[in-house]
Design a protein around this ligand. Structure first.
Ligand SMILES: Nc1ncnc2c1ncn2[C@@H]1O[C@H](COP(=O)(O)OP(=O)(O)OP(=O)(O)O)[C@@H](O)[C@H]1O
Length: 607
């Protein structure tokens, strides 16, 4: 292997998506029942309609071969030789076919409506559920793989609900009907034909596990591809900046090839089913002709019965083959539904207790009592943290990267619960409070401001959806965003794409301030942007910040000296501990870590 190739391979290991493993569970009826609960809302509408149409059409299909073979040939032609009766019979059969045609139209229509509605409900349920899941869930999964479950996995269930259920019933009824009719026409001939059934059974049981696993594998490959796609498109700017496009393409090619190969394998395995069914059909036909002719010669059966048999035999393999396909579909649906139910069974770790305390009003007094927290079992992110942040105070958290500043902010918003100790607001342990009412009094401004696709107006209004246009504009004016918004091509109606790429970092920051101000929170958590911005914007942001903080409890993950200096309390963190605390002057006098931090920043600015 060349050095270059070795390097590329080493680099490619950075693309590692750990989320998807094969969920291997035996076929289980419980899961099918659980899926069927989604049909329940339609048991008074589409389902009975489709069922009646299916029944009608099945009865007609079963009756016609008897009318042609037994009635037309054996009775009317051979026995009675009555032409008029034959004409009536032909007319009756034509009418039956017409009814069958209409029944089929309605069956397909209602079955499709049923399927679409069920998928709509399932996707809604899944999305609603995922929205409520805690940060821990998202920490361990890529956005792409979540996307696949909401879109692809629900899509793959569509077939089972559109054609699956009704076709399954239709095929089972048809099969049972045919078997009964065949046995009543000639038990000997019926028994002879059934010899191939064990072969069919063997085929379906042997192949089924294999097929199921390969389809599961396809989903995993798709999920990997989506995860990579999602990440590489989101990170395209960095990719281009580091000239890593080729590496990205190489990895994508590999994922794409894996995806292609897994599809090929799965379809190859599934494709074995049909030819084997055809083979059984052929064997059955040979038996029918040979043994049937023998029975006619023995005068055991009449020609008409033989004709009915031939008709039914043609109809016999069709549902069996479809049942085989249906089984494939069912296996695929099992794989998808397992993956969907895995998410639906994921309980939000952070949830409301019974009789949780509702914050109708919040003063904004925050306390941390000996808090310990770790994201995983391996590392402790916070230890022995005790804070007392009085209502209306501005607190700055400073410290080296990874020291635990954002973790403190995460605990105040209750994105996670502490492993030990407690976090309280106004004396209420957050674990005993109502999440929604608690968070409605808190606003978070992240360093990386998230801009949603939509207009500037809508983006600010995200802070309080009921706000009027005037209120939005007022908030923008207070934080000093109004001027730059007015200069945009359509002012407040300018469309910004996801992530707000047409705006500068400073502008995005001001927008998020306006959004936070509009929400009018009691507690404001702000992760100050580290992006270097020009002095003029810096001044503007500082002024905006002052207005934003007025009258609120503020926790600022501070990077700028100007912000830190004005804070009522400063906590210096190191490796998850509080190293020092006090106001600027007190900490400067201590000449400890804070002093060194300030000095190094000052030296840097001087330089
Ligand atoms: N979602 C997560 N899962 C696991 N570990 C995490 C997670 N988020 C943070 N950590 C770890 O917890 C520790 C504290 O991280 P935190 O984000 O609070 O640091 P910080 O002081 O805010 O850093 P920065 O200034 O770089 O934002 C770090 O060691 C980090 O690696």
């Amino acid at each position: 292997m060349t050095q270059e190739k070795q390097n590329t391979n080493r680099h490619l290991t950075r693309f590692h998506y750990s989320t998807e493993q094969v969920i291997e569970k035996p076929f289980n009826w419980k899961q099918i029942w659980r899926l069927l609960t989604y049909v329940k809302p339609y048991t008074k509408t589409y389902l009975p309609g489709a069922f009646i149409m299916m029944l009608l059409s099945t009865v007609i299909r079963l009756a016609v071969p008897i009318l042609i073979g037994k009635v037309a040939i054996d009775i009317i032609i051979v026995e009675k030789k009555d032409t008029r009766l034959l004409i009536y019979l032909v007319l009756a059969i034509t009418l039956l076919y017409l009814i069958n045609y209409i029944a089929n139209i309605y069956r397909i229509k209602w079955v499709n409506l049923l399927g679409q509605n069920v998928i709509y409900d399932l996707r809604k349920h899944l999305f609603t559920h995922v929205q409520k899941l805690s940060h821990r869930f998202f920490d361990s999964r890529s956005a792409g793989s979540i996307l696949v479950r909401i879109m692809n996995d629900t899509n793959s269930l569509q077939d089972i609900f559109t054609n699956g259920i009704i076709n399954l019933l239709m095929d089972i009824i048809t099969l049972a009907g045919i078997i009964m009719i065949l046995f009543s026409l000639s038990p000997k001939l019926a028994l002879a034909i059934m010899i191939v059934l064990p072969l069919m059974f063997y085929i379906s049981t042997r192949l089924r596990r294999d097929i199921r696993r390969s389809w599961q594998h396809v989903r995993i490959q798709q999920s990997r591809m989506n995860s990579h796609l999602n990440e590489s498109i989101q990170g395209i700017r960095i990719t281009q900046a580091f000239a890593q496009e080729d590496e990205n393409i190489a990895y994508f090619n590999r994922v794409n090839t894996d995806n292609f190969n897994s599809w090929r394998l799965a379809t190859k395995k599934s494709a074995k089913f049909r030819p084997l069914v055809e083979l059984s059909n052929a064997i059955g036909t040979v038996i029918l002709i040979t043994y049937g002719a023998y029975l006619i010669l023995q005068q055991d059966i009449f020609v008409g019965t033989f004709v009915s048999f031939a008709f039914f035999l043609g109809m016999f393999w069709e549902p069996i083959s479809r049942l085989g396909q249906m089984y494939n579909q069912l296996l695929m649906a099992m794989a998808s539904s397992e993956r969907i139910f895995e998410y639906l069974d994921e309980k939000p770790i952070i949830h409301n207790k019974k009789n949780a305390y509702k914050f109708d009003h919040m003063d904004g007094h925050i306390t941390f009592d000996n808090v310990q927290f770790s994201y995983d079992d391996e590392r402790i992110a916070l230890q022995d943290i005790s804070l007392n942040i009085k209502a209306g105070e501005t607190v700055a958290l400073v410290g080296h990267t990874g020291s635990g500043k954002s973790t403190i902010a995460n605990l105040i918003s209750r994105f996670y619960d502490p492993t030990k100790g407690s976090v309280k607001i106004d004396g209420h342990d957050l674990r005993d409070t109502d999440l929604r009412s608690m968070r409605s009094h808190i606003s978070v401004v992240l360093q990386e401001t998230f801009i949603f696709s939509g207009t500037i107006m809508e983006n600010i209004r995200f802070g309080r959806p009921t706000a009027t246009d005037e209120e939005v504009i007022k908030a923008a004016k207070v934080v000093g965003a109004h001027n730059f918004i007015q200069r945009l091509p359509y002012g407040y109606d300018t469309e910004v794409e996801e992530r707000g790429s047409i705006l500068s970092a400073g502008e995005r920051q001001l927008l998020s301030f306006a959004r936070a101000l509009l929400a009018n929170p009691t507690i404001l958590i702000l992760d100050e942007a580290t992006a270097s911005i020009d002095t003029e914007t810096e001044v503007m942001i500082q002024q905006a910040l002052k207005r934003l903080l007025k009258g609120r409890t503020a926790i600022i993950i501070a990077h700028r000296l100007s912000t830190i200096r004005e804070a009522d309390q400063i906590y210096v963190l190191e490796n998850g501990h509080i190293l020092e605390s006090g106001n600027h002057q007190q900490l400067m006098d201590q000449r400890g870590e804070y002093f060194r931090l300030v000095k190094s920043q000052f030296d840097m600015l001087q330089a």
